[in-house]
Design a protein around this ligand. Structure first.
Ligand code: PEP
Ligand code: MG
Length: 325
């Protein structure tokens, strides 16, 4: 089975009816680039930069961040790399000095997390944006913003990016002037009001890990409710389908980078919704590719459309089994 999968490494991910699918890897540290390439990924769809904080008390400075980002783009040898700005402040507050007292009093998942934290720490944010921009002269980098909900957060982020660009221009430092900026769709409000994102950004990436958490009010790290964490909940499927089809209509690229993208049992469902870009843990890439090679979108899309009208969980599961059958 493993050797069979290895043989797929160099063949393109194309469906039986000739639709090209892009398969990217999620990484946490520059050292994961080797796993991404070994795993058969065509690029990095999500670099979770907050892991640069792992096991350290201070913030990596601009030069250190630049070196880390450069290492990833260079390592990927011209393949696209999507760098997400820090998603700090929640379950992944990796700083040993994070204030444990504050965190029990409030709910970190609903608190000053990710872009909210970055916008409230302009110096930290400028440092990261400058480092990413500087690295963009070494290869195709896209910038991805986590946990956006409001139009003004996008506008403020784009203004911060402009500021970082103009400071670099002033110093005559090279960077990609046309760097693409995307937003994570991982808050139900963002999925429902996706027009706000489509009008302001160059691409979208759906973070199903958080989207499911917030849609179902299930703490993704709480084992006591893990049995209720369900990617197939009809509400989750509605948000996914709405986001993907709205992006497609607007001509804005959309990917899924949460765990659902790496689950081969959900590959056909996502293909049928119109998804053409998947980003996942490197170990899943060839498994998902194997499903894609055996799928016919023209045949499964009408079945998925029917599935999306079902809101009875048992019927949905039955329909999924048939789709995968
Ligand atoms: C997600 O929320 O689905 C996602 C990809 O981001 P993270 O798991 O880092 O929150
Ligand atoms: Mg997330």
């Amino acid at each position: 089975e493993k050797t069979k999968l290895r043989q797929l490494k160099n063949s393109p991910a194309v469906t039986l009816d000739g639709i090209d699918v892009a398969l990217y890897a999620n990484i946490e540290l520059p050292g994961d680039v080797r796993d991404a390439l070994d795993g058969g990924a065509e690029g990095i769809g999500l670099f979770r930069t907050e892991f640069l904080f792992l096991d350290r008390g201070d913030m990596p400075d601009e030069q250190e961040q630049y070196e880390a980002y450069k290492k990833v783009v260079k390592g990927m040898g011209g393949r696209p790399v999507t760098i997400r700005t820090f998603d700090l402040g929640n379950d992944k507050d990796l700083r040993p000095d994070n204030n444990a007292n504050d965190r029990v009093k409030t709910n970190p998942a609903l608190g000053r997390r990710a872009i909210r934290l970055s916008l409230s720490e302009p110096k930290m944010f400028q440092t990261q944006l400058r480092a990413i921009l500087r690295a963009s002269k070494h290869g195709p980098i896209k910038l991805l913003i986590p946990m956006l909900a409001h139009a003004h957060e996008i506008d403020q982020t784009l203004a911060a990016l402009e500021q970082a660009k103009s400071s670099l221009r002033g110093e005559k430092v090279a960077f990609d002037e046309n760097i693409q900026v995307g937003g994570m769709i991982e808050i139900p409000a963002a999925a429902l009001a996706v027009g706000i994102f489509l009008r302001r950004l160059n691409f979208l990436s759906i973070g199903t890990n958080d989207l499911i958490q917030y849609t179902l009010a299930i703490d993704r790290s709480d084992e006591q409710v893990a049995n209720l964490y369900d990617p197939l909940h009809p509400a989750v499927l509605m948000l996914l389908a709405h986001t993907i089809s709205s992006a497609e209509k607007a001509g804005i690229p959309v990917s899924v980078c949460g765990e659902t993208a790496g689950d081969p049992k959900l590959t056909r469902l996502l293909l049928g919704m119109g998804l053409r870009t998947f980003s996942m843990h490197p170990s899943q890439v060839l498994k998902v590719k194997s499903r894609i090679l055996k799928s016919d979108v023209s045949e499964l899309a009408p079945n998925v459309r029917k599935m999306l009208r079902l809101d009875e969980p048992a019927k949905l599961r039955e329909a999924l089994e048939k789709l995968n059958g």
